[in-house]
Design a protein around this ligand. Sequence first.
Ligand code: NAD
Ligand code: FES
Length: 306
Amino acid sequence: MHPVREKAQLSPNVTRLVVEAPRIAQIRKPGQFVIVHMGPGAERIPLTIADGDAEAGTITLVIQSVGKSTGDLVALEVGESIADIAGPLGRPTELIESGHAICVGGGVGTAVVHPIAQGLAAKGVRVTSVIGGRSREWVIFEEELRRYGDVVVCTDDGSYGRHGFVTDALKDALDAGGVDEIYAVGPVPMMRAVSALTEPYGVPTLASLNAIMVDGTGMCGGCRVTVGGKTVYACVDGPEFDAHQVDFRELADRLSTYRSFEQAALERQQQIHVRKMAELAGAAPEAEVGSDTPAVDASTLQEASR
Ligand code: NAD
Ligand code: FES
């Protein structure tokens, strides 16, 4: 069992949990992830290890609540426990040894870029983080990333930092020159846009792919992606790949596979909530809750959040 030690709300649907996992805290490396399992019948949720404290024996998980399983996870309170956490999984990030790296984080992907910035700074690499959110309240991990270098914050609506997408700020940095490597983590359209932007500049770019994952050990094939024309598995060959070689269109198509199931699971959860509220108020529920809705959750579509 892995008790929750700390809990904090980072943005309207993003929660940080600090949980006990002493062995993982000691051996985890930037870019690696865990698979979290809440108990019998629950889904397996892949999440990147956003931070860790080997002495305290804890790891930090940042969860975007987008479906039933992630909703159950963020509902945990301090003192309650996660049944199983498997990991660390995946290949650690290939960190450059010197020079200037830009870490691009979009939305909840900013938490995934954090350990990469941490690892780069530990090697003495100059780190600039370019992070974005829809508006001020969606920007996360700004203070944490400032420990490792400059941070440029962008918001889609201009409510905080620079007005625009992360790619706008990244373009200015590329035009200024002297960039040796880019690490991009965020929604697929963002990673695709970053890749298209950096390719003409010839700057190596790694993207962390949030493919569908089930077992996380290379057996189910759920996380297959095409990179450089070859089929590879995000869980064991990644999750990071040369962005210029990734077939982002195929990744986006595969991520949309379970959208209707996610919607059904969410609607069912909302019906259960309405029913419970009605019962508490002593009124008869208006709608019956079906029991045959598959419990497929959007969290399966997340990285290694990740
Ligand atoms: P979001 O849609 O709010 O976007 C966050 C930021 O990304 C924006 O503010 C913008 O700066 C940038 N962005 C988005 N679309 C862009 C585009 N077309 N061009 C350039 N920049 C763009 O992000 P969110 O809701 O926090 O992210 C959710 C998504 O991120 C989910 O789909 C989730 O699966 C994915 N995710 C990916 C990883 C990963 O490892 N790649 C990890 C966690 C989550
Ligand atoms: Fe099953 Fe990668 S998650 S093969």
